[in-house]
Structures are given as structure tokens and as C-alpha cells.
Design a protein around this ligand. Structure first.
Ligand code: MN
Length: 134
């Protein structure tokens, strides 16, 4: 899926979810159910809006996977995606390999690659997601 393109249009909409729909300083937090066929839901806090992304960047956001939730495996074409894990632990699916990841780790999905992430811990797994176009 071309993440960040279709979903970016909703960035100004604060969807309700159980954490109140905003971050600690008021940014909208979007709840997406079964993201890319994953289990449960993800929470996306977009740090740049579409105007600020300026067509150069697909997404710059903090993403939260609550315990038991996964972000399903999906591909990127014409863009790359980097995750920087802020907290928690999980299993990252990197094309046909899977390996454990934890806070401080960086993952990189190349143009044409696939990736996914499972929260396998009992705490929130949070990470920064950056999609660079081109
Ligand atoms: Mn992705």
C-alpha cells in the first residue's frame, strides 16, 4: 500500500479513540483498525501536515502499537520508510526475514520492499515513522 498518501488526507481529522483523540499537546491522534491487515489497531500522531510535508515526504509521525497489536506486512513503491523505535519491543518483518526489535533500533524498508511490525511485549511499542518519496 502507498502508505501516507491515502491516509494523509485525513490528517486534519481528529478521530475519537479511547485515549481522547489528541496527544499531550493537542495534536490529533488517528486510530486505524487492522492496519494493512494487522491485528487490533494502530494510533498515528502526525507531526507534519500535508502542507508541511510539501509533496517531498509521505509521512512523519509517531505510531503506537498497543500490546497484542500488529501493523500488517505491506509494501512501499516509489518511497522508503524508516522506523525509529522509541519504546517497547516487537518483531519486525523485513521482506522475508523477521527479527526482534526494541527501543533505539532503526529499521529501513527500501523502495520496492515490504515490512510489518508486531508488538510482542506487554507495554506499548512506539516508534517514529518517516516515509521519503522518490
Ligand atoms: Mn510502511
Amino acid at each position: 500500500m502507498e502508505a501516507g498518501q491515502s491516509r494523509a488526507r485525513r490528517s486534519k481529522t481528529a478521530l475519537p479513540h479511547k485515549k481522547g483523540g489528541t496527544s499531550h499537546d493537542g495534536r490529533a491522534v488517528e486510530k486505524v483498525e487492522q492496519m494493512a491487515g494487522g491485528k487490533g489497531h494502530i494510533l498515528i500522531e502526525r507531526l507534519l501536515n500535508e502542507e508541511q510535508l510539501n509533496g517531498k515526504c509521505g509521512l512523519y509521525a509517531k505510531v503506537t502499537l498497543e500490546p497484542g497489536c500488529t501493523l500488517g506486512v505491506h509494501g512501499h513503491t516509489g518511497e522508503t520508510e524508516t522506523y525509529y523505535l522509541l519504546s517497547g519491543e516487537g518483531v519486525y518483518h523485513d521482506n522475508d526475514k523477521s527479527y526482534p526489535v526494541k527501543a533505539g533500533d532503526v529499521t529501513f524498508c527500501e523502495d520496492g520492499g515490504t515490512h510489518g511490525l508486531d508488538n510482542t511485549g506487554d507495554t506499548e511499542l512506539t516508534f517514529m515513522a518517516l516515509i521519503i518519496k522518490g
